[in-house]
Design a protein around this ligand. Structure first.
Ligand code: ADP
Ligand code: AMP
Length: 243
């Protein structure tokens, strides 16, 4: 009853475009995809394109945690210190967020996980969660970028906090400096997007997340991407991998 009442307030234009989207998505096959790679490798840039093409939900644990920190929820308060230092938050915390999010109707055709799993424990827990629903991960896209390229990408990144859209002052500038192209709202730089914090984030990636790639390689579902190439080229590699 409450959901129906909320629908009455949705403008016609939004309702029609959502209906059209659902009609377009109905025949698409289900897909469950993980994006893995170091900070700044391009996961957030490619996710909206894959989401649109394949009708999947996009779950970025970093975005979800930042929203919780901004709202000062108990979860956000728990996560903040580790995030500021560029360390990983606890497995239980992120597994709980993902478990909840995967139940959303928008995830019914499958998902793109961006920034999760980041440890082997998270990967095992995800597999267990999916198994109970008779599902499994289909593909893991491994974004390969040398560490030396990442500092310029990270320190030049600007994001729109509401949507997670990312820009780059040199590689992907917004139409108007400091302003989101879609909403016209201001862009911000992330507190942890500094050369200093990047060192800890890369350290966490190499020590804790590289084993996740090995975990999925054993299952034969990892596709290696040359993610140092321009963003359009990376999109083509992904389309080829998922078709
Ligand atoms: P991640 O989500 O993996 O941390 P992003 O997608 O936010 O990374 O990309 C980090 C920064 O690098 C952003 O500012 C983005 O605009 C830029 N970027 C993304 N892909 C490329 C690319 N292929 N070449 C150059 N810059 C890129
Ligand atoms: P990201 O936006 O993916 O760069 O993530 C930002 C920060 O959020 C990371 O440095 C971690 O502190 C935290 N975080 C995001 N995803 C995870 C995860 N799957 N496991 C643990 N910590 C995470």
């Amino acid at each position: 009853m409450a959901a129906a009442a909320q629908l009455e307030d949705v403008p016609n234009e939004s309702l029609f475009s959502e209906l059209l989207r659902r009609m377009k998505c109905a025949p698409k096959p289900e897909k469950r995809i993980i994006l893995v790679g170091p900070p700044g490798c391009g996961k957030g840039t490619q996710s909206p394109i894959i989401k649109e093409d394949f009708c999947l939900c996009h779950l970025a644990t970093g975005d979800m945690l930042r929203a919780a920190v901004a709202k000062q929820t108990p979860l956000g308060l728990q996560a903040k210190a580790a995030m500021d230092k560029g360390e990983l938050v606890t497995d239980d915390l992120v597994v709980g967020i993902i478990d909840e999010a995967l139940k959303r109707p928008s995830c019914s055709k499958g998902f793109i996980l961006d920034g999760f799993p980041r440890t082997v424990v998270q990967a095992e827990k995800l597999d267990a969660m999916l198994e109970t629903q008779g599902h499994k991960v289909d593909k893991v896209l491994n974004f390969n970028v040398e560490d030396s390229v990442l500092e310029e990408r990270i320190t030049g990144r600007w994001i729109h906090p509401g949507s997670g859209r990312s820009y780059h002052s040199k590689f992907a500038p917004p139409k108007v400096s400091g302003i989101d192209d879609v909403s016209g709202e201001p862009l911000i730089q992330r507190k942890d997007d500094t050369a200093e914090v990047l060192k800890s984030r890369l350290d966490a990636f190499h020590k804790q997340t590289t084993p996740v790639i090995a975990y999925y390689s054993q299952k034969g579902i990892v596709v290696d991407l040359q993610a140092e190439k321009p963003a359009k080229d990376v999109t083509s590699q992904i389309e080829k991998a998922l078709s």
